[in-house]
Design a protein around this ligand. Structure first.
Ligand code: SAM
Ligand code: SF4
Length: 341
């Protein structure tokens, strides 16, 4: 019988069902809103969780009701032999633990190595792919990411589609004065490619500490700009634990728009997420100012029962909400590429 004993609830009654695991804090891109200067990785090799450790933690989390696991980073595809890990974690979909099963395994990537790997990842059990794409213009793409890889990323989308890694979601961080004039082009792109295009507000998680409120283009503004050219219909009545408001185009079933507005429309009230950094720290919120050292607990040789107790106690400390809009907000010391977006 399924009881709350084997589920993770925070002190506000929110059930945690979604685990994001950062596989590395390294990246081969230099997106200006994330890792502009290519700061040296914080985590040294011996502090990074091994695949065995990540699998063990994933298994424990699934036994506690985690249904979705997303692998991210940094750039997760830089982790050597990632295929082995994907296969191991995907096997949790066929296992029943405390009446819980993993339902969804996804990966967020900048896409640079997807053209050669998409089919293999699908065959090993990866369900879905989210790719980042912040401009459809080659020069702008290079200016934003530091890499001349637009064509390769577009090719990633095609190969991911062919490999049925769907629904494929494309993330674009919209920053005022940088790529906000491309909002409607992205919407057109979503229709042409029949994909879900997600627009994300710029968050104060860049390692360059260059975030300014004036650079945030609100979700509302993005939605209105698209709606003027391509009328939109809201797909869901409430957002639930989803981060995005999803829209379909009124005149076609091809393509979808997602608006993720963590800055101007906080969605913490229904948050079901928890994060694990590459060096084994649990973060209960993107904007947490504390981390919980699961790696040391794991490496102390303690048994699963004690690890579960540790995790449950950590979850109880999950913050009610982020503080971006408070006067005294301080940017977390670890930034997006270290936390895992
Ligand atoms: N390297 C992979 C990628 O770029 O997709 C995965 C990691 S990246 C940190 C995950 C997501 O976080 C990306 O879609 C990226 O656009 C988003 N992101 C990074 N920094 C951000 C920021 N300051 N504000 C909003 N989103 C951000
Ligand atoms: Fe790398 Fe992804 Fe951050 Fe860009 S957004 S620097 S690709 S981790």
């Amino acid at each position: 019988m399924d009881t709350n004993k084997n589920k993770l609830f925070d002190s506000y009654g929110r059930q945690i069902r979604d685990l994001r695991i950062s596989l590395t804090d390294r990246c081969n891109f230099r997106c200006f809103y994330c890792l502009p200067n290519g700061e040296p990785p914080l985590a040294r090799k011996d502090t990074i969780l091994t695949f065995e450790e990540i699998y063990k933690i994933s298994k424990i989390f699934v036994s506690l009701g985690i249904e979705k696991i997303r692998l991210t980073g940094g750039e997760p595809m830089l982790r050597r032999d990632i295929e082995t890990l994907i296969e191991k974690i995907a096997s949790l979909k066929a296992e029943n633990s405390n009446n819980h099963q993993l339902k969804d395994l996804a990966l967020t990537t900048n896409g640079f190595s997807i053209p050669e790997k998409a089919q293999k990842l699908k065959d090993l059990g990866l369900d879905r792919l989210t790719l980042s794409l912040d401009s459809l213009k080659p020069a702008k793409f290079k200016e934003i990411t530091g890499k001349d890889e637009l064509e390769n990323v577009l090719n990633s989308i095609k190969t991911a589609k062919k490999a049925s890694l769907d629904p494929i979601k494309i993330n674009a961080v919209i920053v005022r004065g940088v790529n906000d004039e491309e909002i409607v082009d992205f919407a057109k792109f979503a229709r042409e490619y029949d994909i879900s295009m997600r627009f994300i507000e710029f968050m104060p998680l860049d390692s360059g500490h260059d975030w300014k409120r004036e650079k945030v283009v609100s979700g509302k503004e993005i939605q209105e700009k698209i709606n003027e050219v391509f009328p939109l219909e809201l797909k869901q009545k409430s957002r639930g634990a989803e981060t995005a408001w999803n829209y379909k185009f009124a005149d076609t079933d091809k393509g979808e728009i997602g608006i993720i507005a963590p800055v101007t429309e906080m969605f913490c009230g229904a948050c079901s997420r928890i994060r694990l950094t590459a060096d084994g720290q649990i973060r209960t919120c993107l904007f947490s100012d504390t981390e919980h050292n699961l790696r040391d607990v794991l490496r102390s040789g303690t048994n699963d029962k004690e690890i579960i107790e540790f995790i449950k106690q950590v979850v109880l400390k999950k913050e009610a909400s982020h503080q971006i809009n408070k006067e005294d907000f301080i940017q977390p010391s670890r930034t997006m590429s270290f936390i895992g977006g």
